[in-house]
Design a protein around this ligand. Structure first.
Ligand code: SF4
Length: 204
């Protein structure tokens, strides 16, 4: 099998991810709010992926997982980091909201395409995938939008800041997640930093 054939055996989403990451520049390392996703980290360099105007598809709970990366510019998550960096560099990029697989899960080693679920930790925490889907739906409902809706990233994060305070985050959005008690303590700081980063990037 030659290289061309090897390449074609890789599923399309993985090919797109590999194309994007092969172009990564710099060595910024990003960090995520969700420790579950962070467990996949391997301190890989993160960089921009995709062009600056194409839509980024994000599942509801990943809006919150990206807060730290958006605010600090750092993440150790292999697939969240590049997406967050792309949004941070292009705050007007449209974000399309979804439930389930998104541009972060798609190229992730833990996404099971056959079963359409995240298999990370599923042996130890069998409800994690279901709870993540619940958080996706909760996030979209609390924001007053629908799956498939699109909004510029900066406007979307301002909407999150307006509609989701620490109490709503803990009791309505991520209420089903086993990590919520830890995450809620840093939520307010992280949403403030994320909005500031997107707005200051915009004004440059
Ligand atoms: S498949 Fe998605 S939810 Fe699961 S670890 Fe990867 S990025 Fe996180």
């Amino acid at each position: 099998m030659d290289c061309q054939q090897c390449w074609l055996t890789i599923r399309p989403s993985r090919r797109n991810f590999l194309r994007a990451t092969s172009l990564l520049a710099g060595s910024a390392v990003f960090g995520a709010l969700d420790a579950r996703c962070c467990e996949t980290a391997a301190n890989q360099p993160a960089g921009p992926s995709g062009d600056s105007t194409s839509v980024v598809t994000i599942r509801g709970h990943h809006l919150f997982d990206m807060l730290d990366a958006l605010g600090t510019g750092k993440s150790s998550h292999k697939t969240l980091g590049p997406v967050a960096q792309r949004i941070r560099a292009n705050p007007k990029v449209p974000i399309k909201l979804t439930i389930g697989v998104d541009d972060i899960c798609g190229p992730c080693e833990w996404w099971d395409y056959g079963k359409s679920l995240c298999k990370r930790g599923i042996e130890e925490y069998p409800r994690d995938n279901e709870n993540s889907l619940t958080s996706d739906k909760n996030a979209i409902r609390v924001l007053g939008v629908k799956p498939g809706d699109e909004m510029p990233a900066d406007a979307l994060y301002r909407l999150i800041q307006t509609k989701v305070d620490k109490k709503v985050f803990a009791e309505e959005v991520c209420v089903a997640c086993r990590l919520v008690d830890k995450c809620k303590e840093t939520y307010q700081l992280k949403i403030t930093a994320a909005v500031k980063a997107l707005c200051s990037t915009q004004s440059k």
